[in-house]
Design a protein around this ligand. Structure first.
Ligand code: PLP
Length: 424
């Protein structure tokens, strides 16, 4: 009997014994193609020599220091790499160990910004239904995930509420065009600000391309510009969660670049360290830092492993490889090939309702009836079945969404490493 607890008490995954490039091998000698980089994490694939060498060097020099005493050498360099060129006015970076911790840091910084600018009433976060921003309590509270949230609802901290996501496949009405749908969503957000009280809203949080809950769903053109305008008009911060869709995954370094807006705080994680080390972080607009610097000068938040030197060394190497090997451009090219292949091979499949995504971030929405878009009945777990079936044939893909109470949409997600070749 194993004494190890994993998320599913009844299932025991294979033991992985080696991995390189896009391939993972298990103890029984089976090899699979890592078609989703785990959960859209392994952006450089496995065992990239440049990253391994950077980790080895850092462990041999300084394997750990606490930020109360020291900062490791690669930490400053990583911040410089990410925000040194002030993309969209984001001028500072803070590093933690996961996406959830990044979301917590973002929420706390937003609250602190409100306090330090004399707006103590701002404490409410508006998120979106069918969203996921992490599993820690604060992040679960900001998210609108109908599966992971309910059991813990009584112990979730903070005031939050949720508006509709931009989900044209299911929620754009037949009598409205894209612009009218975007306007309807903007009106709903505006109404939610008015309901809560505009001077009580601290931040709006959303993923530019929704990964796990809506299956690689980009917003329609103009949606984020409308959101940005509403946040600005009411003095609320815009937090963009690019934990899954960021750092090259969608074919631009930041997914928000394709929306014509920049966030006040951006959360990053998976593609930051590519799975070589656990690391997440936030990128923050200069005006927020300036306000806090002029006030308390403190971010009242910290973790033992914040700015971990080995994690930052790994992330720095990952980001340098992405830049040096022009991998963001590669993602755009490979992504078009993946899109074409998926649409050609599966676009007409009777149980594939929609194929959507950007860059190397694609999902299929599985439906029982393609014509009516009727989802599979609750309990069938079609996304999980497809995962098992493809795994048995040598491809790891990531099942997300699910047809469960209040949630419609089984999705299977593909997020191959940026180094994937056309043959892969
Ligand atoms: N935000 C988004 C959009 C995510 O997809 C995830 C994880 O899947 C998280 C936050 C949480 O990140 P982590 O699992 O690293 O805590």
């Amino acid at each position: 009997m194993s004494r190890l607890l994993l998320r599913n008490f009844r299932e025991r995954p294979d033991v992985a014994v080696s991995a390189s490039g896009l391939r993972i091998r298990s103890a029984d000698g089976r090899e699979v193609i890592d078609g989703s980089g785990g959960a859209a994490v392994a952006c450089l694939g496995h065992a990239h020599p440049v990253v391994l060498e950077a980790i080895r060097k850092q462990i041999e020099t300084v394997c750990y220091v606490h930020t109360g005493f020291y900062v490791g050498e690669p930490v400053e360099a990583l911040a410089e790499q990410l925000v040194g060129h002030e993309p969209g006015g984001l001028t500072h970076a803070y590093f933690v160990s996961s996406g959830s911790e990044g979301v917590e840091a973002a929420l706390k910084l937003a609250r602190q910004y409100a306090l330090e600018t004399g707006q103590p009433r701002r404490e409410h976060v508006i998120g979106r239904r069918q969203s996921y921003h992490g599993n820690t309590l604060g992040a679960l509270g900001a998210g609108g995930n109908q599966v992971r949230r309910p059991p813990y609802a009584p112990i979730l901290p903070g005031a939050s509420s949720h508006v509709s996501p931009c989900y044209p496949y299911r929620e754009q009405r037949t009598d409205e065009d894209a612009a009218a749908y975007v306007q309807r969503l903007a009106n709903e957000l505006e109404a939610e600000f008015q309901r809560v009280g505009p001077d009580r809203v601290m931040a709006f949080i959303a993923e530019p391309v929704v990964g796990a809950t809506l299956g690689c769903q980009p917003a329609l053109p103009g949606y984020f510009r409308a959101v940005r305008e509403i946040c600005d008009r009411h003095g609320a911060l815009l937090i963009l969660d690019e934990v899954m869709c960021g750092l090259g995954r969608t074919g631009t370094l930041h997914a928000w670049e394709q929306e014509g807006v920049a966030p006040d705080i951006q959360v990053i994680a998976k593609g930051l360290g590519g799975g070589y080390q656990p690391i997440g972080g936030i990128l923050v607009a200069g005006r927020i830092i300036a306000a806090i610097e002029a006030g308390s000068g403190l971010h009242r938040h910290g973790h033992t492993y914040a700015a971990h030197p080995v994690a930052c060394a790994a992330a720095l190497a990952v980001q340098q490889v992405i830049r040096d090997e022009n991998l963001v451009e590669q993602v755009a090219i490979r992504g078009r090939q993946l899109e074409q292949a998926l649409k050609r091979r599966l676009g007409q499949h009777p149980h594939v309702g929609d194929i959507r995504g950007r860059g190397l971030f694609w999902a299929m929405e599985l439906v029982e009836d393609r014509e009516t878009k009727r989802p599979f009945a609750p309990g069938i777990g079609m996304n999980g079945r497809v995962k098992l079936a493809t795994f048995a044939r040598g491809l790891a893909c990531y099942p997300v969404g699910g047809t469960i109470d209040g949630v419609r949409g089984d999705h299977v997600l593909l997020a191959p490493p940026y180094i994937a070749t056309e043959a892969d």
